[in-house]
Design a protein around this ligand. Structure first.
Ligand code: HEC
Ligand code: HEC
Ligand code: HEC
Ligand code: HEC
Ligand code: HEC
Length: 376
């Protein structure tokens, strides 16, 4: 017991000397930190994401400055307040930090976009843990037994935890940034169409932050923790395929593929994003490649294609909402094997050109979500 009391102040002194606050969390939550470091949320800034940089470079600049900060780099409070963008440690290491997410108290709904309201309590973090719902840990406790030979720790020595914020159970904690992002003409350029319903089987969190192996903290041993790398386009893409179903319906001269979306938002809604469905038929020794189908949204103004910040209308929308049927003009024969592959590309060909991203192979890389075979 005495030994512990000496170690803790020492440990904290070294922790505070670290360059950023998320690094403090790394000391006791190393697995979660590593995942976070590879996540879209850690890479949300101009300095870490070439797509974001290209988009911001082309974006018109006015006296409001870098308005993206509200969602992309909220931990850099100065950039949020002044609109001035500077290359600094927060922008690079924790634009959306551990503390930022874990102190979102509530979400204010707004017409142009929603707003995160942070709690003012320093080091009192919200989280979701069903077994502890209704409780609030106050302080660090150690229990010794067998004359100090066996020591177990309860709760965190560094912070308090509040298990009572409903937003962390239903996914609403994500909606300060992920609900809608309107441009100046009131037009939503992300259009996830995300809706949280209390009857939903899954939430933003259960699908995008699934429980994976590894302890959530070094001091205790939990089997699993919530994946902080964020499953999606960049990470664990293949695993997201289980939330999409294919159904094939045959006619005499053609067949239809239905793509059924189990999530509570449109798929591939981000401006310039492209989903792709590839269908191939193996017939005897022949392989028939059918024309690929593209799921995307073309934004426009006065009937002509326009950059997202100028858009006032949608010229074409082939996104997957609850379900999308795609017709193929060929009949299936007995013995055919149909292979369906659904994937996503960061940007469309046009988007790549419009944003000047031509030389980056990552932008048009085909990231596979799901492959399924059908025998006839
Ligand atoms: C000195 C070690 C230590 C540091 C530093 C630390 N934590 Fe923790 N944290 C813990 C411990 C121990 C628990 C486990 C509490 C329990 O199981 O009751 C915990 C639990 C949590 C939980 C809730 C987990 C759950 O499901 O019960 C969250 C959220 C959390 N920490 C966030 C953070 C963040 C964010 C930081 C950085 C600002 C941080 N922690 C820094 C030790 C630490
Ligand atoms: C209201 C919050 C909000 C604001 C303000 C905002 N964004 Fe975003 N942005 C998001 C969210 C949420 C995503 C992730 C959505 C997705 O992947 O579909 C995103 C994704 C993006 C992406 C795709 C990144 C990738 O790697 O796929 C780009 C590019 C982007 N935003 C550019 C900008 C720029 C430039 C600004 C400022 C002019 C801006 N955003 C303002 C919330 C916002
Ligand atoms: C502070 C704003 C903010 C909050 C809160 C937030 N996000 Fe994000 N999220 C973003 C931004 C901005 C991006 C795009 C990052 C980029 O430009 O690379 C993003 C990207 C994503 C992506 C796309 C990653 C990919 O690889 O496809 C997913 C999925 C996601 N967030 C899920 C969540 C979930 C789930 C929550 C709630 C637990 C959440 N986000 C909370 C701002 C936020
Ligand atoms: C985009 C927002 C977001 C960011 C950034 C974020 N967290 Fe979390 N974190 C969450 C949510 C939401 C949960 C609840 C997960 C659940 O319900 O399973 C969570 C859960 C946790 C838990 C409990 C794990 C579990 O399995 O329940 C710990 C510990 C934790 N976070 C620590 C951290 C640390 C450390 C960082 C930074 C390295 C961090 N978080 C960054 C949103 C975030
Ligand atoms: C049933 C599982 C499921 C639920 C619930 C869910 N998603 Fe998704 N989400 C997906 C799938 C599948 C994709 C498509 C795969 C991909 O693009 O990574 C996706 C894609 C995304 C993307 C990337 C979109 C793009 O094209 O840029 C973001 C951002 C996102 N989801 C955020 C959220 C948020 C926020 C919520 C809660 C409102 C949520 N998701 C709820 C399964 C889910």
């Amino acid at each position: 017991m005495f030994k512990y009391l000496f170690i803790i102040p020492l440990l904290f002194n070294t922790l505070f000397a670290l360059s950023n606050e998320s690094k403090v969390c790394q000391k006791c939550h190393p697995i979660i930190y590593d995942e976070y470091y590879g996540s879209s949320h850690r890479k949300a800034s101009v300095y870490n994401n070439p797509l974001h940089k290209a988009y911001w470079d082309k974006h018109p600049k006015d006296e409001k400055g870098y308005t993206c900060a509200k969602c992309h780099t909220p931990t850099d409070k100065k950039s949020v307040e002044t609109g001035v963008l500077t290359d600094n440690t927060i922008q690079r290491e924790e634009p959306i930090s551990c503390v930022f997410c874990h102190t979102i108290k509530e979400v204010d709904e707004g017409e142009m976009s929603n707003t995160n309201i942070s709690s003012t309590e320093k080091r009192d973090f919200f989280t979701a843990e069903k077994s502890k719902r209704g409780s609030h840990t106050a302080s660090f406790k150690t229990k010794s037994s067998w004359f100090g030979l066996v020591k177990t720790t309860q709760s965190s020595p560094y912070h308090k935890i509040d298990y009572n914020n409903e937003n962390y159970y239903n996914g609403n904690v994500c909606m300060g940034c992920h609900s809608h992002t309107n441009n100046e003409h009131g037009f939503d350029t992300v259009m996830l169409d995300a809706m949280i319903d209390k009857d939903d089987k899954n939430s933003c969190i259960s699908c995008h932050m699934p429980q994976v192996l590894g302890s959530k903290v070094t001091l205790n041993d939990s089997k699993t923790h919530a994946y902080h790398g964020i499953a999606g386009i960049y990470n664990r893409t293949r695993e997201m395929g289980k939330y999409v179903d294919f159904k094939v319906a045959q006619n005499s001269k053609s067949f239809n593929v239905s793509v059924i979306n189990q999530s509570n938002h449109a798929l591939f809604g981000q401006a310039f994003r492209e989903g792709v469905l590839i269908a191939t038929i193996t017939r005897g020794s022949k392989t028939i490649e059918l024309p690929a189908f593209s799921f995307t949204r073309i934004l426009g103004d006065e009937g002509k294609e326009a950059m997202p910040w100028k858009a006032t209308e949608t010229l074409k929308d082939t996104l997957i909402y609850a379900k999308k049927e795609i017709p193929f003009n060929i009949s299936l024969q007995k013995g055919d094997r149909l292979t369906l592959t659904l994937g996503v590309k960061l940007v469309t060909k046009k988007g790549e050109k419009a944003l000047g991203l031509k030389n980056d192979p990552e932008m048009r890389k085909f990231r596979v979500l799901k492959v399924e075979h059908f025998e006839f």
